[in-house]
Design a protein around this ligand. Structure first.
Ligand SMILES: Nc1nc2c(ncn2[C@@H]2O[C@H](COP(=O)(O)OP(=O)(O)O)[C@@H](O)[C@H]2O)c(=O)[nH]1
Ligand SMILES: [Mg+2]
Length: 357
């Protein structure tokens, strides 16, 4: 049992005296009142109080009980049935969700988590009848479970040994390449090589060249140089940025086929607007993208917006990349990371909630 908040006298003119206490349950209130006032107290008001923002999702509802001492009337404090009915707070965790689709309070909560309308509708359809009978907190919990199951039900696409990073200019392709390269070479002890192609466009390589040197990884400039590479060596291909609809994309695809590049890793700046992310995924499809890396997670404010993309069936999220440090942060389990960020990380509005694990 939680400890009731100290009984606080309410400053009121004249008698009887009023006291206010905040407790976790009616039973707690009875015990506290009996201890403090015996049978002298009369309960005049009981209100359910909750936090603001997302705080209410984490906390049990609390009761604020106002007790009057010294009035002529006697209402036994020991019988909560006789207490005035609690005034319902605007958003207690136990509130049922309004019936019907679309604009319920649960939808508002899921929107606040960053989920978009289409995603909420998918969840609503999958929850079926439960949607109307569950409390908001339960909806949030079920949503977390639903997202987790969807994210983990994806069949994994194994990575081949010939890998290209494709995407728009400045998306973070070379940075992502370096992060994966460093891990494969340093942590997993793999043998690797990098082929950097310009395809007639600027593709600065100073940082890449220095990084390869540090790692002891050869950096090639021409496909011919890669012919001697054995099958165990991972070949990373660094390309300049692609532009959606560019006719030269066809040539790029043909070259990827010719080089036997089986893993095509799309690189997308996650801080971009959802429409641009969707467009990038469409472009990735044109290149036969098998995996996707989301970058600039350090600049992302609304993590929830990534769910439709992370659940995208055709490409497997490979990792989240946070920050420009070439040997820096990469998150290998995007679904877990996204669940954590969506539901449990500290939020600007003061809290979060945990889905069932
Ligand atoms: N803040 C931040 N900057 C990044 C991230 N990834 C790359 N950058 C920076 O974005 C710029 C472009 O990155 P680069 O890897 O060269 O992009 P590319 O043109 O797609 O190869 C560089 O200044 C990087 O340091 C990231 O996750 N977060
Ligand atoms: Mg680059």
């Amino acid at each position: 049992m939680s400890t009731p908040s100290p009984v606080q006298p309410m400053i009121e003119s004249g008698r009887p005296e009023r006291y206010r206490l905040v407790v976790g349950s009616a039973a707690e209130a009875v015990e506290a009142l009996r201890d403090r006032f015996g049978t002298r107290g009369r309960v005049v008001s009981v209100q359910q109080v909750g936090g603001s923002g997302f705080g209410w999702l984490l906390k049990k509802p609390r009761l604020e009980v106002v007790v009057e001492i010294g009035s002529g009337k006697k209402t036994p404090v020991a019988d909560p049935e006789t207490w005035p009915k609690p005034v319902r707070s605007p958003s207690p965790a136990s509130d049922p969700v309004p019936t019907g689709s679309g604009n319920g309070a649960a939808e508002a909560v899921l929107r606040a988590l960053g989920l978009d309308r289409v995603m909420i509708e998918r969840i609503r359809v999958d929850l079926g009848d439960q949607w109307t009978s569950l409390s908001k907190a339960e909806i949030v919990t079920r949503t977390g479970g639903w997202l987790r199951d969807q994210g983990r039900s994806r069949p994994s696409t194994p990575m081949g040994n010939r890998r290209v990073f494709i995407g728009g200019c400045g998306a973070g392709k070379t940075t992502a390449l370096c992060k994966l390269l460093a891990r494969e070479v340093f942590v997993e002890g793999r043998s690797a090589a990098v082929l950097k192609l310009d395809a007639g466009q600027p593709n600065a390589s100073d940082g890449l060249a220095a990084f390869c040197e540090v790692l002891g990884v050869p950096l090639f400039r021409s496909p011919v140089e890669t012919e001697e590479i054995d099958d165990e060596t991972i070949l990373y291909l660094d390309l300049p940025g692609t532009t959606p609809g560019d006719p030269s994309d066809v040539t790029v695809c043909e070259n990827l086929d010719r080089l036997g590049i089986d893993s095509r890793i799309l690189v997308v700046n996650a801080a971009y607007d959802g429409d641009l992310i969707a467009e990038a995924l469409t472009t990735g499809d044109q290149f036969g993208a098998t995996h996707v890396v989301y970058t600039h997670l350090d600049e992302l404010r609304r993590w929830g917006k990534l769910w439709p993309f992370v659940l995208h069936r055709r490409v497997e999220p490979l990792f989240f990349s946070s920050g420009p440090n070439l040997a820096g942060d990469m998150e290998d389990d995007p679904v877990s990371c996204l669940l954590n960020q969506t539901f449990t990380e500290r939020r600007a509005d003061g809290g979060g909630t945990s889905p069932e694990s």
